[in-house]
Structures are given as C-alpha cells and as structure tokens.
Design a protein around this ligand. Structure first.
Ligand code: PLP
Length: 424
C-alpha cells in the first residue's frame, strides 16, 4: 500500500476507485503481502536436521483461491470442520496435505475425514480417539494422527485467544497422567491408527519467541517421556500458530526473522539433548499470513454527536464483516482513504449499522474532517474478519478481491438479497 497525493493506493489501484467499482463494504487483500509473509516463514523456519512444515491455519481466512496459493508454495492447510474440508477439497487442494482440528468433531466429520484420507487428524480427547479407531477399522485404512495436549503455558494475550491454560477446553493436559495413560494404551494396541506426535497451540498474538520456545521445550520433554514410557516411536512435534501482528502503530509484532530461527535453534538443541529421532516439526500460522494483507473499505454515513458528548462515525458495515472488536475488544487503524495526510481533528468511535451497541469497528479514532460519502479504510482486517462474517440484521457478505500489483481477482462476489433466501 502506498500514499500518493493524499490518496491511498493498493497495488496500482486507488482505494476509492476500488470502492466505487465494487461497492462498500469491500474486503481487499494485497496478494503480494500474503506471499511476502509465506516466503518469510519458508525462509526462516528451516532446518537441515528435520523437515519443517508450515501449515496455513485456514480459520483465519478460507477460500478456494487461498487454497491454490498455499498449494503453489507446497504448504499444508489446517481445517476445523466438514465445511472447511469440503471447501478445501473442492478447490482441488489435496486432502492428504490437510490437518483436521477441532475439540468436538462430529461422527459425520470424522467419517468424512477417515474415508477421504485426510492427511493428519489432530485428536482432541480419548473419546474421539476411540471413534477414529472404530472408523479406521470400518474402512480398513491407516489413519495418521497427532494428539493435542495442553502444556499449561500462559501466553500473555486476550483470554479468549489463550488456549493452553489448565482450564482450557482444548486437548488433554500433560499433567493428567491417567487420561494420557488411557490414550497411550489405545494407541499401543492399535495397528491402523498411528500417533505421529503431540500438538499444542498456546494462543494467538504472541510477539516474543519465549512462549514458543517454552512450548517447544514442554512438548519435546513430553515426547521423550511418552516415547520411553510406552516404547512408542514418535516422529513429529506440532507447535501450533499464534505469531502476532501489528494492528496499531503502538502494537508490537512477532519478528519472524528473529523468532523463527530462535525456535529452530532451541528445537535442535532439545532434540539433541533428548536424543530423539524427530523427523518433522510443524507450525500453524494463520493470522500472520493473511492479517496484514487484508483491508476493508466502508463508506461514511453521518457523524453523530450524542447529547452525552460522544462522537460516532457511522459506516455501512461493522460486526457483520468484522466481529473482532465486539468479541475481544480488538482495535484497528482507520483512515479516510482520500484524506490520508489531512490533519486529524476529531476523536470518534467508528461504528457499524447493526442494532447492537457493541457493533464497533474501532474505538477512539482520530480522524480529519469527514463528509458523508467519504471512503473509510480499516487496515489489517485480513484474519478472522471475513472468516467470521454473518448475515446478522440481514447484512450481505461483502465481496473479497485480491490485488496483485496491477491485477485484480474477485475471489468471492458480494452476497445478494436472493442468496439470503437460499435456505428457505
Ligand atoms: C490449533 C490452532 N492452530 C493454529 C491457529 C492459528 O493461530 P494464529 O491465527 O494466531 O496464527 C489456531 C487459532 O486459533 C489454532 O487453534
């Protein structure tokens, strides 16, 4: 993105021209930024001792087009539902390169995954493992799994995106020896369902290497302990995602060129120290691949100054295309895209059009003089925005376009009012 004569440009397109062409709200991805992030992961998460796997966590943003992009880089994808599996498969992405997550996968989802030979099932609990074993027997097929553990590491981030506290709903705690023992006894006896290794995802928006290294240490120590105790050879470790990005100028972000080599260095040392023959290390970045590349354009309605003295700038979207502010008080950088260099003079809450006071785009934003009809740009909306979009209050999902220098691809069209009647 660049600024020329007070206007914001995405690739070679003026943002406000894109708004006029595609309507608002519109979600725009800068494809070059996605590629830059992917290439950074590939460059810095590399070892000559084991195979590194960068698995795109598609919950951040999923479409057939992103699947093709991920496939171009020969990466893997992680998904969390039958719907995800179906979309990924329909895009032509090989299910053999898919990791299937979820803390409460249904029988139908597991059956689909087993019968369609999904690459790796990440098992959440004992009960799920039993079901997978029954399905492996039914289809007489080998199923590769990882087992999700909870290492009890606190990532200092919002409680809704912490996933590894002792009271978290995901996986089984490494301290719950009885459950782990039951799980391992199932694996020991079963010749169709293989345990490749353990998985942990400790949370999101992590900006320093320390929690990742702490998680790697716990996972590798645990791998050693289980391998010795059950004489079960484990070949993989999966450290999950969570690499933090900058939403506001004041935010810190995870420096991939520093964090990833530090992680590799520690993993190398730990594997050496414990004399493990680990052949595969996985990470699952989502937000850090698509977050910064995404940008949402709205059109301004009025500025309302309330009797209580608060200023609201109304825009024509909101929690229906980005629920993060309502869900976890997320904040964003907001600019008037044709007044990029104008002096900010007014503090406003930028809010949407839903019948909810929590329908906020960003709070306490300084903006220049704005007129009804101006285009309002919200930066860094590429992760967990469109992915969580809804039809609340009859909102239509916005179109998603990818810009790559001077090329535009409409990845998904704008929803129509007729689409809203599809289910009835
Ligand atoms: C298991 C797992 N892996 C990866 C991710 C991706 O996290 P992020 O988008 O913060 O990289 C998540 C996010 O919730 C997750 O639950």
């Amino acid at each position: 993105m660049t600024i020329k004569e007070n206007h914001l440009y995405i690739g070679s397109f003026k943002a406000s021209d894109l708004a006029k062409r595609y309507g608002t709200p519109v979600i725009i991805y800068d494809e070059e930024e996605i590629k830059k992030q992917i290439e950074a992961f590939i460059k810095y998460f590399k070892s000559n001792k084991y195979q590194t796997h960068i698995v795109y966590a598609s919950k951040a943003y999923l479409s057939p087009y992103i699947c093709q992009l991920i496939d171009d880089y020969q990466m893997e994808i992680d998904v969390v539902s039958l719907g995800d599996l179906y979309l990924v498969e329909s895009s032509g992405f090989p299910l053999s390169k898919v990791l299937f997550h979820g803390n409460n996968k249904s029988l139908a989802e597991l059956e689909y995954a087993v019968s369609h030979k999904v690459g790796i099932l990440v098992v959440d609990n004992y009960d799920e493992l039993m079901t997978i074993m029954e399905l492996a027997e039914k289809y007489q097929t080998v199923v590769n799994t990882m087992f999700r553990i909870n290492p009890g590491i606190e990532a200092s981030t919002h409680e809704y995106i912490q996933t590894s506290l002792l009271s978290s709903k995901f996986g089984e705690s490494i301290f719950d020896e009885e459950t782990i023992d039951k799980v391992m006894k199932l694996y020991e006896k079963n010749h169709l369902v293989h345990l490749l290794g353990f998985h942990a995802h400790i949370g999101s928006q992590i900006v320093s290497e320390k929690p990742f290294i702490a998680s790697a240490k716990t996972l590798i120590e645990f791998t050693k302990k289980i391998q010795d105790q059950y004489n079960y050879k484990l070949s993989a470790v999966n450290l999950g995602g969570g690499f933090g990005i900058k939403y506001l100028d004041s935010d810190e972000e995870c420096d991939l060129s520093h964090t990833l080599p530090k992680m590799i260095e520690s993993i190398d040392e730990l594997i050496n120290e414990y004399e493990l023959s680990i052949s595969d290390i996985y990470i699952e970045p989502g937000r850090s691949i698509v977050g910064k590349a995404g940008f949402t354009l709205y059109q301004a309605g009025i500025i309302k100054r309330t009797y209580g003295g608060k200023n609201f700038l109304f825009v024509d979207g909101g929690m229906t295309d980005n629920i993060r502010p309502a869900l976890y008080q997320a904040k964003y950088t907001v600019k008037i895209v044709d007044k990029m260099e104008d002096e900010p003079i007014l503090k406003v809450d930028v809010v949407g059009k839903c019948c909810e006071s929590g329908d906020i785009v960003s709070k306490d934003v300084m903006i220049p003089m704005v007129s009804k009809g101006d285009y309002v740009g919200v930066f860094v909306t590429g992760a967990y925005g469109y992915a969580m979009a809804s039809n609340y209050n009859g909102a239509l999902k916005p179109p998603v376009i990818f810009v790559s220098n001077d090329k535009i691809k409409v990845v998904s069209r704008k929803e129509s009012v007729k689409d809203l009647m599809k289910l009835y």
